[in-house]
Design a protein around this ligand. Structure first.
Ligand code: FE2
Length: 291
């Protein structure tokens, strides 16, 4: 198995040629100490505040009734420009009651924290991240999607292998994922797994609208050999950058330790955004850059 190179984050965000070539060779780049303890504490407090202000009753019928799939689909479809809350599968019992406290049953929050929450706005729109984006070749970066990903102890589910360009498509492919560990992530609590060099292959699928419905369209038969995946272990504060076509996912969290992360997805506004993408924003909420 290939060993994963870890780099120290340049304090001014100026990537070295070594870092840029590692990203182009592997399709990912691991930058340790991107965020300091204070920044992590601020983000975690922001997440606690969002969860405290969220009433699960407001979405109970969406996720627990017999009409579940239709209502849940719509809740997801409308979440591109909102702060919406998503539960782990099986978080509600047959009577529509949560089987655990809300803060133990959430899977993620998304998909627009970066415009709507001042702590996330401030963290993601920092000069260092803007520099890293342009250092990786994004000419006119646009911040399109952000999430909190919980990975709760024992129940945090698997995220299947995928390419981010399946979900956020531009022509040519430009989406770049920034994944920040808020807690230590390793193989016991479901760290990221990725296929080194896999971004050089084809885009396997596209998830997009076909009239009113979202479909997963198969584009290529591609094999992602499981025995070639590498774990991207990430101490808290580490930023993992993912090329839009690098296959990645994560195992379930079977440990007693939580594995919280936040993500930001950036596309190049110099590329063409495909209008049938699942993520839609109100007309008065255009995609903004880092400035
Ligand atoms: Fe992803």
């Amino acid at each position: 198995m290939q060993t994963v190179r870890h780099f120290e984050t340049p304090s001014d965000g100026k990537l070295t040629p070594d870092m840029v070539s590692a990203f182009h060779a592997d399709g990912f780049l691991v930058l340790e100490n991107f965020a300091g303890k204070d920044e992590i504490a601020t983000l975690r407090a922001a997440i606690d505040r969002l969860v405290a202000g969220f009433d699960p009753e407001s979405v109970r019928t969406i996720f627990s009734t017999s009409e579940r799939s239709h209502a849940a689909d719509r809740y997801f479809q409308e979440s591109g420009d909102k702060i919406s809350f998503f539960f782990e599968a099986g978080a509600f019992d047959d009577h529509g009651e949560l089987i655990a406290d809300k803060d133990q049953a959430l899977n993620k929050i998304g998909h627009n924290l970066h415009d709507l929450d001042s702590d996330f706005d401030h963290f993601f729109r920092q000069e260092k991240l803007a520099r890293i984006s342009t250092g990786l070749g994004l000419k006119d970066p646009g911040l399109v999607q952000s999430m909190v990903i919980f990975k709760q102890p024992k129940i945090g589910g698997e995220v299947g292998m995928h390419q981010d360009a399946t979900f956020l498509s531009t022509e040519p492919v430009s989406v770049t994922g920034f994944w920040l560990a808020l807690e230590d992530a390793d193989e016991t609590n479901g760290c990221l797994l990725a296929l080194p060099g896999g971004h050089k292959g084809a885009l396997k699928e596209r998830f997009h609208y076909q009239e009113q419905d979202l479909i997963m369209e198969n584009l290529a038969e591609t094999d992602w050999p499981e025995d070639q995946l590498v774990p991207l272990c990430a101490p808290a504060g580490t930023l993992v950058i993912l090329h839009g076509k690098v296959p990645h996912g994560s195992a379930p969290n079977t440990s007693e330790r939580s594995r919280q992360a936040v993500t930001l997805h950036v596309v190049d506004r110099a590329a063409t955004w495909l209008e049938d993408n699942w993520l839609r924003r109100a007309e008065d909420m255009p995609v903004k850059g880092f400035e």
